[in-house]
Design a protein around this ligand. Structure first.
Ligand SMILES: NC(=O)c1ccc[n+]([C@@H]2O[C@H](COP(=O)([O-])OP(=O)(O)OC[C@H]3O[C@@H](n4cnc5c(N)ncnc54)[C@H](OP(=O)(O)O)[C@@H]3O)[C@@H](O)[C@H]2O)c1
Length: 253
């Protein structure tokens, strides 16, 4: 079956990718939705009764989850048309007094899981298929108080660009998706509720649905990187032109 694999599909941006893929890729008839919350994944699946949806409850920050996923791939031999590496989280805190497991957990999920899932899925990917790696505008300039998060996203953007080059001859395009702030569960998990950060409160929001639709379209066109909205495209340009030491005066959350 022609399949889309989406990690972090139980909420926010990941959930929006299901509708975007249905609209833009009618040939995709099966979805593999991966996240920890099985019940929530099942509710998401019920919204699409006409599609074959596998809800796969895995904690992708744990290495044994990759073995289980590999087993699923071998047993089912899917033809993967789209892989969306979306599962991720950030924690906003000063590093000195932070929780060690939460800091290293970001590296495990945002970097290691994304790398493992890409490597595992590649042998099942069709010619003319897509990998979308969800990075962030935080990958453009280091972000004090979200230092580990922004570093993990810099990894995602850099890895995506290099893999795009490597995988193009195989007919696989890799796109780094770099959204600005979206109103999802992300900010509760990050411990930045409304009113806690003047910077985050002031920054323009991007709509996760528009990010899913726009980034999938950009990936189909072979783009290396996608950022929604002129404001954040301009920020990306500034990050290329100005010293990061200067910009970091403004990025602290
Ligand atoms: N929201 C923003 O402002 C923003 C901006 C730029 C980039 N991003 C990136 O966008 C992506 C999606 O975030 P979102 O905004 O949609 O936040 P979200 O609503 O919190 O979604 C995060 C998703 O990741 C899954 N997840 C978390 N930990 C997991 C684990 N250990 N194993 C498997 N799945 C796990 C969650 O599902 P379960 O809880 O069910 O496991 C959920 O489906 C992330 O990579 C984030 O870094 C977000």
């Amino acid at each position: 079956m022609v399949t889309a694999v989406i990690t972090g599909a139980s909420s926010g941006l990941g959930k929006e990718y299901i509708n975007a893929i249905i609209a833009q890729y009618p040939s995709v008839d099966a979805f593999w939705l991966v996240a920890r919350r099985k019940e929530v994944l099942k509710e998401v699946a019920q919204e699409h009764p006409d599609k074959t949806i596998a809800t796969i409850s895995l904690d992708l920050s744990k290495a044994e989850s990759y073995d289980l996923f590999e087993k699923l791939l071998k047993e089912n031999n899917p033809e993967i048309k789209v892989l969306i590496n979306n599962a991720g989280y950030g924690k906003c805190t000063d590093f000195f007094s932070s929780n060690r497991a939460q800091q290293t957990g970001m590296v495990d999920l945002n970097c290691r899981a994304l790398t493992a899932m890409t490597r595992l899925c590649l042998p099942y990917m069709l010619d003319n298929s897509l990998v979308l790696n969800i990075s962030s505008i935080a990958s453009f300039v280091p972000t004090p108080r979200m230092s580990v998060y922004s570093a993990t996203k810099a990894y995602v953007t850099a890895l995506s660009r290099a893999l795009r080059d490597e995988l193009r001859p195989r007919g696989i395009n890799v796109t780094a998706v770099c959204p600005g702030p979206m109103d999802t569960d992300f900010w509760n998990v990050a411990n930045v509720p409304e009113g806690k950060s003047r910077l985050i409160d002031r920054l323009p929001r991007v709509d996760p649905k528009a990010v899913a639709v726009g980034s999938l379209r950009a990936a189909k066109r072979g783009k290396a990187l996608y950022t929604k909205s002129l404001f954040y495209k301009f920020y990306r340009l500034l990050a290329k032109l100005l010293p990061h030491g200067f910009l970091m005066e403004f990025t602290e959350i």
